[in-house]
Design a binder for this molecule. Structure first.
Ligand SMILES: Cc1cc2nc3c(=O)[nH]c(=O)nc-3n(C[C@H](O)[C@H](O)[C@H](O)COP(=O)(O)O)c2cc1C
Length: 204
């Protein structure tokens, strides 16, 4: 169990794969002491409702519904919610220290905004700041198939120091549930952020 207080920027955008965000946030809440910033795009809420069969109407309801999955006396992590369009909020500034940022899942639109430095909202601005401050940025894109534009955007983001972690869970650990698949991706993101992995690696 990690002892230091972890401070990430966690962003959820409107790609399919709401499960991955839920797994990551739930695992952070349960296993990692700290306080992170959370930014949720409006389309992320729409996709979450469709995929998780919920009727959430705001980012506040979104995080409350995920936190409710962990008993309050077992929660180690808290989240400060920021408005998706508030480009003047704390994560928009390089002087706000963080331990890195994850965008899970990452839409092709958000990927494009970051790769081209077109910061039209707080997720894209916080990602730009994370890269310019040479902090760790992990994006979890979800699309299939990838076209040339998306592949070029992923290359540009990688060249700028970001890490592309495709929403492609492995099946060698014989997943039994959707949560197993979500935990696989959340665990890979944890490892890349220097956090203890949630599941064992290949042949461990
Ligand atoms: C149900 C649903 C599923 C979607 N799935 C994806 C997806 O898998 N990948 C993607 O790049 N965009 C997907 N989109 C489109 C994005 O939501 C759209 O491009 C949006 O503008 C992204 O905005 P955001 O990145 O600010 O959240 C989906 C949209 C909806 C409504």
């Amino acid at each position: 169990m990690i002892e230091r207080s972890v401070n990430l920027v966690v962003a959820v955008s409107g790609a399919s794969g709401a499960l991955y965000a839920a797994s990551f946030i739930r695992a952070l809440c349960k296993n990692v002491a700290g306080q992170s910033s959370l930014i949720v795009s409006p389309t992320a809420i729409r996709v979450h409702n469709q995929e998780m069969e919920t009727r959430i109407t705001s980012a506040q309801e979104y995080i409350e519904s995920l936190e409710a999955l962990i008993p309050s006396n077992q929660r180690k992590h808290t989240f400060t919610l920021y408005d998706h369009m508030d480009v003047g909020a704390r994560p928009a500034s390089g002087s706000t220290h963080t331990d890195g940022m994850v965008i899970i899942p990452c839409s092709m639109k958000t990927l494009s905004g970051i790769a081209h430095g077109y910061t039209s909202n707080l997720i894209e601005r916080a990602a730009e700041v994370t890269l310019k401050e040479r902090r760790r940025l992990i994006v979890v894109p979800r699309e299939t198939p990838y076209g040339l534009i998306q592949l070029r955007n992923m290359t540009a983001l990688t060249e700028a120091g970001g890490i592309v972690l495709p929403a492609s869970p492995g099946f060698y650990q014989n997943p039994k549930t959707f949560d197993d698949l979500g935990d696989f991706i959340a665990s890979r993101a944890f490892s890349l952020l220097g956090l203890p992995p949630l599941i064992r690696g290949w042949q461990e």
